[in-house]
Design a protein around this ligand. Structure first.
Ligand SMILES: Cc1cc2nc3c(=O)[nH]c(=O)nc-3n(C[C@H](O)[C@H](O)[C@H](O)COP(=O)(O)OP(=O)(O)OC[C@H]3O[C@@H](n4cnc5c(N)ncnc54)[C@H](O)[C@@H]3O)c2cc1C
Length: 551
């Protein structure tokens, strides 16, 4: 069996940055269920934050992040991220990322929601694409091994230490155990637990579920960000950069309704504020066919073509609307998981040998609401930190053979799944799960709606045990992968619902109509969920406050 020093699961920005942080003499490998540049990071549009401006500072960035997250973020981690951001942007530029420039030829920065300063660096509206491709070139240049189209089904744990993974070779079929002295999870988000989501179909929370199943807790899972502006019907993201460039939101009366919700910041209030405002306008009958309108017309053709070309293409292609001539119909949609595998500032989880970084981790820097542009930054800073820390750790780990116990267990599980008589189909359960969560755990939540959702999820779990496959083959069996992903989605959905029911307050993205106020006295604490056979067991952990007292 192959034993690597460091094995990274996930080839998005967090995974690639972790790989590049390891010293070249280590045996580092990346493993990904899709080709690396198809990771969801490629879809990031608006940009990445760093206090580069002469009148900006990392302290101001840290303050905005802590405040925007309603003080639920750990401020030591927030400070580390904001302090290291400018250096990371310059490093990305050295790797070859071509950022958009201002008139003076410097890296341009656009204003984003909840930020006191224009500090979002971007490459038009294709920032993730630009960074991911530049970084992949570095991976190729360094000859870092990549297991392309391999799907991890389980983590190997021996004597309480993570020692590798069991993975399915999607292209050829077959399970393999791959040993590693350290494993870094960089598996991205879980947005597909919701029906309408900006996330790629591969964002099924696998890494979170893998960690959860071996006893690493998940933190703050009830905090799911709903992006205010996703395209009507498809839920495709319309970047916050569109409002950063000056776009307005209008209701059916043609009013810029944000004046009633956030008169100073208007459309650039935090995402949770804007999403709630849009939800309220639609609920109270001032929407337009279940949406509101995002008006870019006043920006003019030239600005739209230069700064938002992809947004224009998407609006024309998927909504039949050219934003140069007409406003775009938009509504909030699930976008980002603020919670994830609980880690410290260096990506260490509670299981020795297991690290996590990027969207699958909860460091936590976003608290109850993530600021736009801070997620790409998180992947870069904490991807690097996890890579560094794991590299230090593996030097103290003696080489050791890994038993094939987990491989045998997984082989039996997959064999059962392939032969399962059914009659359930994974796509049907996935569809029902998405509908249930979108209807009951969306921007407005109550005890009743969330309890209903939890009951449904538990019933769906029982049905998932009877999923049958129509494809019994080995080669590129996407039927099998979908069934495995369904199990991840169900585990994740359960933690979102359980955490949400318990948290009797409203904070950031978690808005409860039955508890509309924030309650720092009782709830300024992290939710920590452990897996048990009866479902999630919830515990709580303190929030680290350094300089910014909750207001
Ligand atoms: C449409 C869209 C636009 C966005 N725009 C912005 C933006 O402008 N600015 C910003 O800051 N943030 C943005 N975000 C958020 C940000 O892009 C993501 O949070 C971030 O890119 C996640 O990166 P990651 O490296 O953690 O994971 P990802 O890029 O999602 O990569 C996950 C990797 O894990 C692999 N993987 C997962 N499960 C398995 C498994 N079981 N086995 C093997 N491999 C597995 C996948 O193959 C993939 O390689 C956006 C998100 C979306 C959806």
């Amino acid at each position: 069996m192959k034993i690597h020093d460091v094995l990274i699961v996930g080839a998005g920005l967090a995974g690639m940055r972790a790989a590049l942080a390891a010293p070249p003499m280590l045996d580092v490998a990346i493993l990904s269920k899709v080709h690396p540049v198809r990771s969801h990071s490629v879809a990031a549009q608006g940009g990445i934050n760093a206090a580069l401006g002469e009148n900006d500072s990392w302290e101001a960035h840290a303050f905005d992040t802590a405040k925007g997250g309603l003080y639920l973020g750990d401020q030591d981690a927030i400070e580390a991220m904001c302090r290291e951001a400018p250096g990371e942007i310059l490093e990305l530029e050295r790797m070859g990322v071509i950022f958009s420039r201002d008139e003076r030829g410097r890296i341009a920065q656009r204003p984003f929601g909840g930020a006191g300063f224009p500090r979002t660096c971007y490459a038009a509206d294709r920032t993730g694409h630009a960074i991911l491709h530049a970084m992949y070139e570095q991976i190729l240049k360094r000859h870092i091994a990549v297991y392309e189209e391999w799907y991890v089904t389980s983590l190997i744990v021996e004597d309480g230490v993570c020692r590798g993974v069991v993975a399915w070779d999607v292209l050829h079929g077959g399970l393999h155990a791959i040993g590693a002295k350290a494993v870094i999870l960089a598996t991205g988000g879980s947005g597909r637990v919701f029906l309408t989501s900006t996330n790629a179909v591969i964002n099924t929370g696998d890494g979170m579920a893998l960690a959860y199943r071996i006893g690493a807790p998940l933190e703050d899972m009830e905090f799911v960000q709903f992006h205010p502006t996703t395209l009507k019907n498809t839920g495709i993201l319309i970047t916050e950069g569109a409002r950063g460039e000056g776009g307005y939101l209008l209701n059916t009366l043609g009013e810029r309704f944000m004046k009633d919700y956030a008169p100073e910041q208007m459309e650039l209030a935090t995402r949770s504020t804007v999403s709630l405002a849009i939800g309220k306008e639609i609920l109270e009958g001032r929407g337009v066919d279940g949406c509101v309108l995002l008006d870019l017309r006043h920006l003019g053709r030239q600005r739209i073509m230069e700064r938002l070309p992809q947004i224009r293409e998407l609006a024309i292609e998927f909504a039949g609307v050219d934003p140069i001539e007409s406003p775009i119909p938009v509504r909030p949609g699930a976008h980002y998981q603020m919670g994830g595998v609980r880690t410290d500032q260096w990506g260490e989880t509670e299981v020795p040998g297991l690290y996590a970084a990027g969207e699958c981790a909860c460091v936590s820097v976003h608290g109850a609401n993530r600021l736009g542009g801070n997620s790409l930054l998180e992947t870069i800073v904490f991807g690097r930190r996890a890579g560094q820390r794991a590299s230090e750790y593996v030097r103290q780990v003696p080489p050791r053979a890994v038993s094939d116990g987990t491989l045998k267990t997984e082989e039996a599980r997959i064999a059962r799944l392939i032969m399962n008589p059914g009659p359930e189909r994974a796509w049907q359960i996935r569809d029902e799960l998405g509908k249930t969560l979108s209807q009951n755990l969306g921007i407005f939540r109550t005890k009743q709606s969330m309890t209903h959702a939890l009951d449904c999820v538990q019933a769906l779990k029982k049905r998932a045990a009877r999923v049958m496959l129509q494809d019994h083959g080995k080669i590129f069996n996407s039927d099998l992968i979908h069934a495995l992903e369904l199990d991840s989605l169900l585990d994740i959905a359960e933690t979102i619902a359980a955490g949400g029911i318990a948290r009797e307050e409203s904070r950031g993205a978690h808005y409860r109509s039955d508890f509309p106020n924030r309650d720092d006295g009782k709830w300024l604490k992290h939710t920590v969920a452990y897996q048990t056979s009866e479902g999630p067991r919830l515990d709580y952990a303190p929030v680290t406050i350094t300089h910014f007292q909750p207001k």
